[in-house]
Design a protein around this ligand. Sequence first.
Ligand SMILES: C[S@@+](CC[C@H](N)C(=O)[O-])C[C@H]1O[C@@H](n2cnc3c(N)ncnc32)[C@H](O)[C@@H]1O
Length: 455
Amino acid sequence: MVALGEFKPSDYWATHVNSIFYGIKGPEIHNHFQTYVSLDYRLAHALANDFYAQAKNQQRPENDKWRVQEWGVGNGNLAACFLSRLREIDSDEEVYPHVYYILCDESEEILKGVRANPRLQEHAGKFSTVRVHAEHLDCFRPHSVAKIITNEIWDDLATKVLLKHQGLYYEEYLCPFLKAGALPGGSDAFLEQFQNKDLEKLAEHPNFLDTIYWERDFQRVNLDDWPFAEILKAHAEEFKDEIPMPINTGAFAAIKKAKELLGPGNFGYTSFDYGMKEVKDLNQEGRPYFNLYGGQYTFMVNFPLLENIGRSLGFTEVTREYQNQFVGRDLEAEVVSLVDLVQNHPQVASMAPWDRDILMLGTLNALNTVYRSPYSGKLNYPAMEGTPKKQRKQIAQLAKNLSSRGVPDTVAYVTREEVLASLKPLRKLGYREKDIQSAFQSPAPPVSFVHIQFS
Ligand SMILES: C[S@@+](CC[C@H](N)C(=O)[O-])C[C@H]1O[C@@H](n2cnc3c(N)ncnc32)[C@H](O)[C@@H]1O
């Protein structure tokens, strides 16, 4: 094994590899994440409905637009569906004409994809893109923004990891390693490129990040040296011993910036992310605190701490709820993500991965007998590598049968009514009514998708 650098606090190396990840993947980057907003529209519509309800009763900033900013924008689908929904419900033209949407992202490759998004192009003139790092948004005037939205970006930002042991605090340190033979190019040259984030050179080896092996170590730390030390110390009193706790310092910076940018009569900062909603979830033994996806290093989000940070920055109202509660309230229905329904199928745990794909496609087709999306777009569902020929054929046929107005994604939200109305074809796939009930009634796991709102 060859060390690619020295042991450093987790936030240092994770942000280092993430900026390489977003900087070297090229257009392929868009295939690297599936989120609740990248193909589905229901979360974006819930946000638009909420924005409309508030904005139509509110005086507009004089001679000005309501500026909505989104930070960390992916393929731009959230922005596109937000604007389309706003245009649709605003029959009196009180809100949509006065909104201007600014999509901010660190990655030029991401922004290129956004500008080419046909759903967003329908709103030409109503949006712009800005290349900027979410922890250094210094290019905007203070108090000039009406609403800020982020989805699954805090987990990418700087995060430290804290652990309590017998009244003392320890911080996680990381060190990246590669197998000696796996160093691309000449080893000295590569180490320099990696440490200096030489994106042009590193892009010649787009998959090396996947093969990094991470060593961990915990070192004594004095919390007085950390941002928001007093709040952090009070929060850490609640920690159970020996459980690694993510401290999302990048999100602290984002919340602080949001407070500075939001203007008079604003509609707050809304964020969605993956993490622990309550202190009891933080204290759940064995829950994960980080994830590695295709070389990207992400951390779970510590929501109770971020609420305290928001309050200390002057946000007077902070609310936390599960993301599906937010979407469900908007639809006045109970909702689950389609994948959660599939997870409750009685045979799913014992199925081969390709049989699970077949079940997912069957479930999509079953729901599509009743579901009608307001947007057209057929879900692309290729067979995974290693799928045997027979199943590959079956997957291709089922994928071909998917409706272009059907459930837009495997993680899309579906309502209990939609699922029950598809009961007949679902039964044929082996679902029983009790499986459907348990999909809607399962208690949330300690790491879940959460909505937080700072006003
Ligand atoms: C996991 S993706 C989520 C994208 C989108 N919000 C969605 O939910 O589909 C994270 C996004 O944040 C962007 N990003 C990551 N780190 C960033 C940073 N430090 N500043 C600004 N954008 C960042 C990435 O380029 C990417 O578009």
